[in-house]
Design a protein around this ligand. Structure first.
Ligand code: FES
Ligand code: FES
Length: 162
């Protein structure tokens, strides 16, 4: 059975006909060709598919596209603004916070959700914010460092990337 769904993705209004059981992740990747959100476990365990739904991080593999009716989704493709990488993206590169990069989009979305509501987080708050995002490569230290550096940079520059 198919349904019409209306939602906003990265600021664009989208209207689409989708199967009732289509996940948001498959909708993004297969129908909209937004492949930045990664497909890992597809069971809500790894966080590679994390996107923001009304500003909150969710596993898009465990969210149905039709559940997003009337809501706002932001994916990794939507965080850069005016051709400029988001400070988190810059700091992940600067601090060597990625190796294979598979976890990185989801990690950045969880970090963004944190910094959007808590621009000055403690290390514990950062670690809690990314606890649902698994990384098999980095050991997490560089990721935490990149998020701390982003918070410091955004504070210094007075940057707001909502
Ligand atoms: S692919 Fe969604 S949590 Fe792993
Ligand atoms: S950089 Fe490889 S899984 Fe995180």
């Amino acid at each position: 059975m198919k349904k019409l769904v209306n939602l906003t993705i990265n600021g664009d209004s989208i209207e689409a006909v989708v199967k009732e059981n289509l996940t948001l992740l498959d909708f993004l990747r297969d129908q909209l060709l937004l492949t930045g959100s990664k497909k890992g476990c597809e069971e809500g365990e790894c966080g590679a598919c994390t996107v923001l739904l009304d500003g909150k991080p969710v596993n898009s593999c465990c969210t149905l596209a039709i559940e997003c009716e009337g809501h706002e989704v932001v994916t990794i493709e939507g965080v850069a603004q005016n051709g400029q990488l988001h400070p988190l993206q810059k700091q992940f590169i600067e601090k060597w916070a990625l190796q294979c990069g598979y976890c990185t989009p989801g990690m950045i979305m969880s970090a963004k959700a944190l910094l959007d509501v808590n621009p000055n987080p403690t290390e514990l708050e950062i670690r809690e914010a990314i606890e649902g995002n698994l990384c098999r490569c980095t050991g997490y230290a560089k990721i935490v460092e990149a998020i701390q550096a982003t918070a410091a940079e955004m504070k210094k520059e007075g940057l707001i990337y909502a």
